[in-house]
Design a protein around this ligand. Structure first.
Ligand SMILES: [Zn+2]
Length: 308
């Protein structure tokens, strides 16, 4: 009997595995390190070995992958993090496990996380979801009518690269200037705070440090520190701008915010709402914002959903 689904979230430092029953209940989870040597050539064989060590292949119904890069129709377009260029991940993995009865699927990791939140998290019961994952970078996932949006080039839902800023010219990891990620990620929050400290003479608790985290900016903003608050508001205004753009594109039922910065909770949502409603008020006065609830397990849940 094939009673299990394996969800696999491939990250730059570790690979997360989740074993699910057919109802999507998480039964077991484990991780292995990501071996990026030789352009990540051993990653898929490492994964296959780890699965067979934990679960007999002939009990597995499906395996889903989340990959940190654009994916289209089960083909990775590029994945700098892992050293991969264009890669037929599903075909290659099927050839390694050599069990034609196992269904294998792959999609972008942030899109997968959005699917996970829709399947078992805060967006349960909704069919149209936008997810912004605000961590070191900004990830995104878009779901329309329960379908994961990939687009013709696999970059549908790459919300972190929406151009929003023409003022600072911070450089993005993608090579462009002014992407959402450069001004609204944890890194972006720090970028803006540092810029404001440089440009202003106002007192700030942040001046005590040469380097500081986004959490510090958020904590001091909550305490009313002028520069910290102004900087965080600026970052959240850019985020609201991207959210308004998504609203005018797919008008989702729920906008979910995940990643490390979302730990700041309702305070972040209040700041976003302040600017968001300014941008959409001719049409919308009540939107549905929520903090993600599955944390870093959203990916493996989404992989399970993808296979189902
Ligand atoms: Zn970018």
């Amino acid at each position: 009997m094939r009673n299990y689904i394996i969800g696999i979230d491939i990250g730059g430092t570790s690979i997360k595995f989740g074993k699910f029953d057919l109802e999507g209940n998480l039964l077991d989870k484990w991780t292995i390190p990501t071996n990026k040597e030789n352009l990540g050539e051993s990653i898929l064989t490492d994964i296959a070995r780890s699965i067979s060590e934990n679960q007999a292949l002939n009990t597995i119904k499906g395996i889903g992958f989340g990959v940190p890069g654009p994916v289209k129709h089960d083909v990775v377009i590029s994945c700098v993090n892992l050293g991969w260029g264009r890669k037929h991940i599903v075909d290659e993995f099927k050839a390694i496990i050599n069990d034609p009865e196992i269904k294998v699927k792959a999609a972008n990791d942030a899109t997968i996380a959005a699917a996970g939140e829709m399947y078992k998290g805060i967006a349960r019961g909704y069919k149209n979801v936008a997810l912004f994952t605000i961590g070191t970078g900004v990830g995104g996932g878009i779901i329309v009518n329960k379908a994961l949006v990939e687009g013709v080039n696999g970059v549908g839902g790459e919300l972190g690269h929406i151009p929003v800023d023409f003022k600072h010219n911070f450089k993005c990891n993608c090579g462009n200037l002014g992407c959402l990620e450069t001004v609204a990620s944890a890194t972006g929050i720090i970028n803006i705070a540092k810029e404001n400290l440089r440009k202003s003479k106002a007192k700030s608790l942040l001046r005590r440090f040469n380097t500081f985290s986004a959490k510090k900016v958020i904590d001091y903003a909550k305490e009313g520190d002028f520069i910290a608050k102004k900087s965080l508001e600026e970052s959240m205004r850019y985020l609201a701008q991207a959210m308004a753009a998504i609203t005018y594109t797919i008008d989702p039922e729920i906008i979910v915010i995940g990643g490390g910065v979302s730990n700041a909770g309702p305070y972040i949502i209040e700041l976003i709402e302040k600017y968001y409603y300014e941008m959409v008020k001719p049409f919308i006065t009540q939107a549905n914002f929520a903090i993600a609830t599955l944390g870093n397990e959203a990916g493996i849940y989404g992989c399970c959903y993808l296979v189902k």
